[in-house]
Design a protein around this ligand. Structure first.
Ligand SMILES: Cc1cc2nc3c(=O)[nH]c(=O)nc-3n(C[C@H](O)[C@H](O)[C@H](O)COP(=O)(O)OP(=O)(O)OC[C@H]3O[C@@H](n4cnc5c(N)ncnc54)[C@H](O)[C@@H]3O)c2cc1C
Length: 284
C-alpha cells in the first residue's frame, strides 16, 4: 500500500533530531528500522506530517559491556544483538528473547529503541526490560532523563515518552556468571508475535532459589512482573511442588482479554505453562 504523504528529515545530530520533533508538536515521528512505523502508516494507523530518520545518529548504534551491566544504543538492531558473542555471556536472557523476534529480514532492520517506543504488549524486549529492571534513557528539549522500564510502558502502543523525546539507550544491570535463566514463548508460527511468553532468572543459595525475577509478555496491556510467582518460589528448591505452585500463581496473576488471536482463558492457562517450562529449563 502507498504511504500517506509526509515530509522527511535526516538529521546528523541528536539535538537537531529533538528540535525537529519538538517543532512539530506531536505531528512528527522518529524513524528507526521502520518495521512498525511504516506498516502503521500503510494501514493509516499513523500519518505523521514529518518523518525524522535517525539512521545518521551513529552514536546510538553502540553496545557497551561493562562491570555494571550492558548498555544498548537505541539504534542497535536485533541482528546486532544476535551476532554479538559477548552478549551471549553478558545478557543471555536478552539474546534468548531476541531470537524470537520476528523474521530474518525484520531482525536485520528492527531496533531496540523502536521496539521500546512502539510498546507492543506482545513484544519481547519490553518484557525483558521489565523483568531485568532495565533503565531507559530519553533525550528531549528539556534534557535527558532515565526511566525505570516498569514505569515506561503505559498501555498498548503507549509509553511515558513526550512527543519531543528520543530514546538514546537502554541499560541492563550486570549479570552474574552463575545466574540461571529461562525464556519460553508460544506463537502460532516462529517469528509471529507471542500469544504468551515468560522470561525469568534467578540466583542460587545452595540449592535454594533467590532473587527470582519473572516477566510475562502478551497477557496484558503491557509487560508485567509476576511478583506472586517470585514470592511462591524464592527460598524454595525447584521441585515438582514448587513448579506447580509457580504455574498456578502465574495463571492467577493475569486476566487477559479475549481477542482475535486467543481467548483470555487460553492465554491465562498458557502463561502458566510458559512459566512452568521456563523454570524447568532454568533449573536444567
Ligand atoms: C511481520 C512483522 C513481525 C514482527 N514480529 C515481531 C515480534 O515477534 N516481536 C517483536 O518484538 N517485534 C516484532 N515486530 C516488530 C519489529 O521488531 C520492529 O523492529 C519493532 O517493533 C520496531 O522497531 P523499528 O526499529 O523498526 O521502529 P520503527 O518502526 O522505525 O518505529 C516504531 C515506533 O517507535 C518510534 N521510535 C523509533 N525509534 C525511536 C527512538 N529511538 N526514540 C523514540 N521513538 C522511537 C517511532 O516513531 C515509531 O512510533 C514485527 C514486525 C513485523 C513487520
Amino acid at each position: 500500500m502507498k504511504l500517506p504523504p509526509f515530509d522527511y528529515a535526516c538529521p546528523t545530530t541528536l539535538s537537531e533530531a529533538v528540535k525537529l520533533l519538538a517543532a512539530h508538536d506531536g505531528e512528527a515521528k522518529a524513524l528507526a528500522g521502520g518495521q512498525s512505523l511504516v506498516p502503521m502508516m500503510a494501514f493509516r494507523v499513523a500519518a505523521p506530517a514529518l518523518i525524522v530518520d535517525l539512521r545518521k545518529l551513529v552514536e546510538l548504534r553502540e553496545v557497551r559491556i561493562a562491570d555494571d551491566g550492558v548498555t544498548l544504543g537505541a539504534m542497535v538492531r536485533w541482528r546486532d544483538i544476535l551476532d554479538d558473542k559477548r552478549l551471549a555471556a553478558a545478557q543471555p536472557l536478552l539474546v534468548a528473547a531476541a531470537a524470537h523476534v520476528a523474521h530474518y529480514q525484520i531482525r536485520n532492520r528492527g531496533t531496540v529503541g523502536g521496539s521500546l517506543a512502539h510498546a507492543d504488549p506482545a513484544a519481547e524486549l519490553p518484557g525483558i526490560a521489565v523483568t531485568c529492571e532495565a533503565k531507559i534513557t530519553a533525550v528531549g528539549t528539556s534534557g535527558s532523563r532515565v526511566i525505570d522500564a516498569v514505569d515506561f510502558f503505559r498501555g498498548p502502543l503507549m509509553t511515558i515518552l513526550n512527543a519531543d523525546e528520543i530514546i538514546t539507550e537502554i541499560g541492563l544491570p550486570a549479570w552474574p556468571a552463575k545466574r540461571r535463566f529461562g525464556f519460553q514463548e508460544f506463537a502460532r508460527r516462529r517469528g509471529d508475535f507471542a500469544l504468551a511468553a515468560a522470561a525469568l532468572f534467578y540466583d542460587e543459595d545452595g540449592k535454594k532459589v533467590r532473587n527470582l525475577h519473572v516477566g510475562a509478555i502478551g497477557v496484558a496491556d503491557r509487560p508485567l512482573r509476576l511478583t506472586a510467582v517470585e514470592e511462591a518460589v524464592n527460598g524454595k528448591t525447584i521441585d515438582e511442588a514448587t513448579i506447580a505452585k509457580a504455574e498456578a500463581a502465574a495463571a492467577a496473576s493475569v486476566d487477559p482479554p479475549n481477542d482475535i488471536h486467543a481467548s483470555g482463558a487460553y492465554r491465562k492457562a498458557l502463561i502458566g505453562v510458559m512459566v512452568e517450562r521456563a523454570l524447568r529449563s532454568a533449573a536444567a
